[in-house]
Design a protein. Structure first.
Length: 86
């Protein structure tokens, strides 16, 4: 059997405001998307706006997003059902 099961945990990735004077701001999608066509075009960019100071910035993805990361030693309580050692 070559199937293996890897426990994962879910994390949310947030983008903090790049304004040094804005300590608590988080960047959230403003709803505007930039798409450039023709030569030199790239992937769409999503405009975000800081909920605290109103600064806008464009990213290639929207924040926040969730992703799965492998469980490492920082979560020792999650083991396989057999309780095998690594
Ligand atoms: Zn801000």
């Amino acid at each position: 059997m070559s199937e293996i099961e890897i426990p994962l945990r879910v994390v949310r990735v947030e983008r903090r405001c790049a304004n040094a004077l804005c300590v608590s701001g988080k960047m959230l999608p403003s709803g505007n998307v930039s798409v450039s066509l023709g030569e030199g075009s790239g992937p769409p960019m999503y405009e975000h706006k800081c909920g605290h100071c109103g600064r806008t910035q464009k990213f290639y993805q929207t924040y926040p997003f969730t992703k799965y990361v492998e469980d490492k030693e920082d979560a020792p309580d999650i083991k396989t059902s057999k309780g095998r050692q690594r």
